[in-house]
Write a protein that binds this ligand. Sequence first.
Ligand code: SAM
Length: 222
Amino acid sequence: MSTFSFLDEKTIAYVVSSCTPPDAVVSSLIEDTAKVGELAEMLTPIEQAGFLHLIAKLVAPKTVIDVGTFTGLSSLAFARGLAPGGRVITCDVTEDWVGIARKHWELAGVADKIEFKLGPGRKTLPGLVGEGEADLVFIDADKTSYPYYIDAVTPMLRSGGLLILDNVLLHGTVAAPEDVEEDLPRYAAEVVAGVNAKLAVDERFETVMLPIADGVTLARKK
Ligand SMILES: C[S@@+](CC[C@H](N)C(=O)[O-])C[C@H]1O[C@@H](n2cnc3c(N)ncnc32)[C@H](O)[C@@H]1O
């Protein structure tokens, strides 16, 4: 499975081997995801999944919103770090891979803590307004909708809550979107570069960008 990193393969392997190893459930989820073919590269890299899990344990959220379910690894990482009685609400535009997700949520004993909503994030997120405040939001779906997603979830995020954005470096293209030849990747790079620039000066948040995997931004709502 090839998930993007700025590090060379040897160094990635070293990083992964220096983290707590995945347990049997996560290993099985990775194996099942590899069988979906090329799209397996959408899976959150294993070292990033460990990072998200640790963040959840530190925050001990009651409500997590996870935009972009795929085979369920990020939701699993969050569900295992919830406060007692907490839940993860996750959405995806397709249910093609939710079978893999549900199988592993069951195996981990967290299926009852994760609610999957089918539909585009732009439709699903406004419907979450009545669900109470969120403590943690992870955005990892279509990159060109990031500005919309941030606007939609910011009012739902409690003060002190954490917004996490994935792929904020977009393979490095965000530093110079004008150098990207193809139209759609260039547009995505422009959009994400705009998000990064705006968030860095957004006074509602304290923001750090981490060069882990394809870039992860943590923004704490003041
Ligand atoms: C990078 S994957 C998510 C990876 C996942 N978070 C994990 O931990 O492995 C992106 C997911 O976003 C979904 N997606 C794409 N466009 C979407 C949209 N408009 N609304 C909701 N989900 C979308 C894709 O179907 C895909 O499953």
